[in-house]
Design a protein around this ligand. Structure first.
Ligand SMILES: Nc1ncnc2c1ncn2[C@@H]1O[C@H](COP(=O)(O)OP(=O)(O)OP(=O)(O)O)[C@@H](O)[C@H]1O
Ligand SMILES: [Mg+2]
Length: 158
């Protein structure tokens, strides 16, 4: 199942992310795809807010994983762009994916084999014509994620 949303500024992207966060269950994973500067970390900021996390979300580019335990569910924010330097095995990523928290992964393509089969895939694409416009495609893989996306769809119809 797929859903496509167009956002016209950062605030709209964050609002969409917060809506999704409110519907998250323990153990779920979101894979964020898109070029440098597409808005993956911006999305994560809105998502964190939706989980009730008020701490500032910093891009984990150098640390690879940042943990936020203050919200409704623990948030594990990963940015695996620089993983090549570290190697995937020592990271113990599966421990995060198997946890009761929620994982949001930027540049997951670096460790394709280690990612959960079931997930919500979110692709963010910039627009050539408008600096602030993004096309956000959400694809659910697995029953739980389809139910989640159905819920988000319903809410947007209201
Ligand atoms: N509609 C929009 N949605 C999201 N971000 C937007 C939008 N319009 C403009 N922006 C801007 O685009 C930038 C996105 O940067 P961000 O760090 O979120 O990208 P990223 O995908 O995480 O990049 P990286 O791959 O380097 O981690 C921010 O400066 C944000 O303000
Ligand atoms: Mg980022």
């Amino acid at each position: 199942m797929t859903m496509v949303v167009k956002t016209h500024n950062e605030t709209e992207t964050k609002a969409l992310a917060a809506k999704i966060a409110e519907k998250m269950s323990p153990g779920m994973t979101i894979l964020l795809e898109g070029e440098l500067g597409a808005g993956k970390t911006t999305f994560t900021k809105g998502f964190a807010k939706g989980l009730g996390i008020s701490r500032v979300i910093k891009s984990p580019t150098y640390t690879l994983i940042r943990e936020y335990t203050q919200g409704r569910l623990p948030l594990y924010h990963m940015d695996l762009y620089r993983l090549e330097d570290t190697g995937a095995e020592e990271m113990g990523l599966e421990e995060y994916f198997d946890s009761e928290g929620v994982c949001v992964v930027e540049w997951g393509s670096m460790v394709e084999d280690e990612l959960p089969q079931e997930h919500l895939l979110i692709t963010i694409e910039s627009s050539l014509a408008d600096l602030e416009e993004r096309t956000i495609q959400l694809t659910a893989k697995g029953t739980h994620y389809e139910q989640l996306l159905e819920g988000v769809k319903d809410e947007r119809r209201d």
